[in-house]
Design a protein around this ligand. Structure first.
Ligand code: F6P
Length: 357
């Protein structure tokens, strides 16, 4: 908006994402009232999960209808701001019709292939990390196991970064289906035997056990429920709708062997689950996200002024770059060779190996 104002271009805001675009819901964006928007969390434009291409028989037809909206709304160009859902609509508009659209990546999940970071991500990481720091007070005083559920249905960036940042003792992410016995029970036993009296487990809402572990280790989920679950690309049932932190606590409570191990070490055995949920999309953005949002906005407006449509802005290292929407909107996941995976595993292992009683 700053760059548009400086270039003498009038801005309107489309309310509720693609829903507002289809239903002509707009507001004028007056620079005097909105020149410090980057300091405020959330969006004044509201949001929705409407995808006009969903279930459409002819994508060309939908794209043409959307492009026709430009005249109806009296706009020359559109800057689409959002994650893979929002930007894939922008991409389809450009693919199936000629559309004056550029993309700007924004999601707390950070799961867009085209950019190293999306704005919103680091603020949410900080909130989750602070929440785990805060939970440590009770965990330490009451000698408890806390299972903290963090947003992220299929990408574990939020859990991995906040978990490492807060020094969580076990970190479970959707990218590496876990073994309950090896990755949770064994680690807790080793930790309690090494002298630890409290434990923080950070889990993505979309983290799930591998098929073998699900069949062998999980007593609280019926076979019927498992059969009905959607599967990942390897055929593992996804537990994303089942409240994984509660399931883990229920399963821990059934483990007499684990309880005994705690008792033998004079430690109370009490487990609690905490779902951080929408508290992670709360409050004011941190400085990194404020500045990244402004840099993205400036770069997106330059693309509009240069007529470079069909592209999105992205952060590569510390540089703002341009990449085609078709590439940028692909999903990104934590890869098995990532240094974050290595750090996570080292943190878990080194702690119980090095602790002196
Ligand atoms: O897509 C972002 C995201 O924050 C996910 O991590 C989370 O699962 C989801 O949104 C929650 O969406 P809703 O607000 O619709 O419950």
């Amino acid at each position: 908006m700053l760059k548009a104002y400086d270039a003498g271009i009038e801005c309107v805001g489309i309310l509720k994402g693609w829903k507002g675009f289809v239903e002509n819901l707009t507001i004028p964006l007056n620079i005097a009232e909105h020149d410090d928007l980057h300091t405020v969390g959330g969006t004044i434009l509201y949001t929705s999960r409407t995808n006009p291409f969903k279930g459409a028989e002819s994508k060309e037809k939908v794209a043409k209808n959307l492009v026709a909206k430009f005249d109806e709304l009296g706009i020359d160009a559109l800057v689409a701001i959002g994650g893979d859902d929002t930007l894939s609509v922008a991409d389809a508009m450009c693919k199936y019709s000629k559309a004056n659209v550029v993309g700007c990546p924004k999601t707390i999940d950070n799961d867009l292939a085209g950019t190293h970071y999306t704005f919103g991500f680091w603020s949410a990481v900080q909130l989750a990390s602070n929440a785990m720091d805060n939970l440590t007070t009770t965990a330490r005083s009451h000698q408890r196991v806390f299972v903290v559920e963090i947003m992220g249905r299929d990408a574990g960036f939020l859990t991995m970064y906040s978990g490492i940042s807060a020094g969580a003792d076990i970190i479970l992410v959707p990218e590496s289906p876990f073994s309950f016995e090896k990755d949770v029970i064994d680690v807790l036993k080793k930790r309690v035997n090494a002298g630890y009296k409290y434990h923080i487990i950070a889990t993505s809402e979309g983290a799930y056990p591998n098929s073998e572990s699900l069949k062998k280790d999980f007593k609280t989920i019926s076979k019927e429920t498992i059969d009905k679950l959607p599967k990942d690309t390897y055929g593992n049932p996804l537990l994303v709708k089942l409240n994984i932190s509660k399931i883990i606590v229920d399963e821990l409570n059934l483990r007499e062997d684990l309880k005994k191990e705690f008792q033998n070490n004079g430690v109370d055995f009490e487990c609690r689950s905490v779902v951080l949920g929408h508290t992670m999309r709360a409050g004011t953005p941190n400085s990194f996200d404020r500045i990244l949002g402004l840099r993205f906005g400036l770069a997106a407006m330059k693309l509009v002024l240069e007529g470079k449509f069909g592209n999105m802005v992205s952060l590569q290292g510390n540089k703002i770059e341009t990449i085609p929407l078709s590439e940028g909107v692909k999903k990104k996941y934590i890869t098995s060779d990532s240094d974050k995976m290595e750090l996570r595993d080292l943190l878990v292992k080194i702690r119980y190996l090095s602790k002196q009683n």
